[in-house]
Design a protein around this ligand. Structure first.
Ligand code: GDP
Ligand code: MG
Length: 288
């Protein structure tokens, strides 16, 4: 029997999400996206322990959105959370529970995904204050457990990760161990494209998009040629993704290409194809 799960790390900016992620993955590191500071919700790392594989997502600070762009970023972040089997919400114990944290908690209460709280930075906070924070958090009846850790020093991170691994549901691994080193780049590249589709078209095409890689070829000049297929479920959706005289797919491709090139730090030629595949939802490797 194997287990597989996705875990989203949420919390206000500076709570320590990136630091914890690096620590959780530690020596078992498979990938950590170099774009740690970017405000998008993408896969950040894969950790394996015995029979269990966990894919971690880091999310942007999930703040209250004001401007239009912020709104779509925040929306994309919450959208990403739907895919999580488990959520860890981090708190900066030095700051306590902020207004922004409360907004996040309220949102999580509507998600119906099991979550635990992580009081971080215990290396800088005394016991009475931690106890006070724990009591406050208990009032929300949202968190299965409340952990106290220091992501920076590593204190109690191992205990947290062991419990987390045990919580993952039974399931097939999505990455074989030897595939991991290469697959994440492909996967991230797919996510970047899916993200653009979502950012530009989420009103028209809420969830029904998957992206697959058909070709991934190093060129003699050192550049990379990538062919990706965007799968939609209906002809009408295909028309929307392609757009009037191909304008939409062109914009999606340009933005995604830029992000992929940044990530891989090389020149990228990205070719996008839109195909209709009914019932793709049933195919697990396309749902990731
Ligand atoms: P993110 O915005 O949630 O990803 O937060 P980061 O991981 O980037 O951390 C924000 C800041 O808090 C950085 O300066 C970290 O070094 C610091 N930090 C993170 N975890 C701890 C911790 O456990 N203790 C202390 N003292 N500082 C921490
Ligand atoms: Mg971060």
């Amino acid at each position: 029997m194997t287990r597989f799960g996705t875990v989203a790390l949420v919390g206000s900016p500076n709570a320590g999400k990136s630091t914890l992620l690096n620590n959780l993955i530690g020596e078992k590191i498979s990938i950590v996206s170099p774009k740690v500071q970017t405000t998008r919700s993408v896969i950040r790392g894969i950790a394996i322990s015995k029979d269990t594989q966990i894919v971690f997502f880091d999310t942007p600070g999930l703040f209250k959105p004001f401007r239009k762009l912020e709104k779509s970023i925040v929306k994309a972040a919450w959208h990403g959370l739907h895919e999580a089997d488990y959520i860890l919400m981090l708190f900066d114990s030095i700051k306590g529970i902020t207004d922004n944290d409360i907004i996040i908690i309220k949102n999580l209460q509507n998600q119906g995904i099991p979550c635990s709280a992580v009081l971080n930075k215990v290396d800088k906070v005394d016991k009475p204050k931690l106890l006070e924070l724990t009591n406050k958090l208990a009032h929300y009846s949202l968190f299965e457990e409340i952990f106290m850790i220091s992501a920076l020093t590593g204190e109690k991170v191992k205990e947290l990760s062991e419990i987390l691994f045990d919580k993952m549901p039974e399931g097939e691994w999505h990455f074989s161990e030897d595939e991991i080193t290469d697959a994440p780049s492909k996967f991230l590249a797919q996510e970047f494209t899916r993200e653009q589709v979502f950012l530009k078209l989420h009103k028209e095409i809420p969830y029904n998009v998957a992206v697959e890689t058909e070709a991934w070829e190093e060129q003699p000049d050192g550049s990379l040629k990538i062919n990706q297929v965007i799968y939609v479920m209906k002809p009408s959706q295909k028309a929307i993704v392609v757009g009037k005289s191909g304008e939409m797919i062109k914009t999606i491709g340009m933005e995604a290409r830029k992000n992929i090139a940044d990530l891989l730090d090389k020149k990228v030629h990205l070719y996008l194809f839109v195909k209709i595949k009914e019932n793709w939802v049933d195919i697990p490797e396309l749902c990731m």
